[in-house]
Ligand binder design. Sequence first.
Ligand code: ADP
Length: 269
Amino acid sequence: MSISINNLGHVYHQGTPLEVTALQDITLDIPQGSWTSIVGHTGSGKSTLAQHMNALLLPHVGTLSVDGLSVSSKKDLREIRKRVGLVFQYPEQQLFAETVKEELSFGPKNWGMKESLDDLSESVLEQVGLDSTYMDRSPFKLSGGEKRRVAIASVLAVKPSYLVLDEPTAGLDASGRGHLLSLLRKVHHQGTAIIMVTHDLEIALELSDRIIALQLGEVVHSGTPEETSLYISSSPVPGLILPDVAKLWVQLSLKGMELPFSCDPTVLA
Ligand code: ADP
């Protein structure tokens, strides 16, 4: 059981002067229950790839399937969108309901889930670290971190097997970031696969089973955190998220870890 991507390509505005090849020849397998991070420069194709995983975008070339269900089959699309939850960047901007409870009930109602909406909403609120007193509150009057947790809870309410998050820590302060990561750890521990687009290599190295680096729409690296550290240290110059390489160099040295000798921070800074 996995998200299986084969030779996937995506071109925006194909056949026009604005044509952009956002992804090409992407082949990946993301097993159920795993934690995958997708890193890369702005414009490298991370969001486009994330949006393919729940069939919000469809491949122009190649195939994508989720637990054997293919995005090229119209009848499988609905089930794929249920199995793969997508949390956009700044998800709090998409809150729309008058109460948190309505916000959380929308997905399960839409998917015709049989469980009690009250029970589902309460359990999913608890999952994101908020208690039932939030149910009748307006999502718009919550703090930034709380809004984001409610937005994530609304995706979790549908009980996806895979949770895809696009820069989930963007714009959060250190404490909000800490809360969010511990919530994702819990969700992962409960069996949901996490696929996280992030600029933060430190998070990726700490939490992932696999890190995928994109550059100009292509996979330039796929490996475990250990393999990724080696990859970065052996090739700091070719343009893999260069500012992050400098940051990583500092982080490794602060943690007393062996420094990649080929990384010269004066060059990278
Ligand atoms: P990332 O998430 O890594 O920043 P994106 O997937 O957003 O990368 O973008 C990949 C490429 O596709 C970029 O060149 C970007 O300008 C282009 N792109 C993204 N979305 C659109 C769109 N809706 N229309 C046209 N081009 C787009």
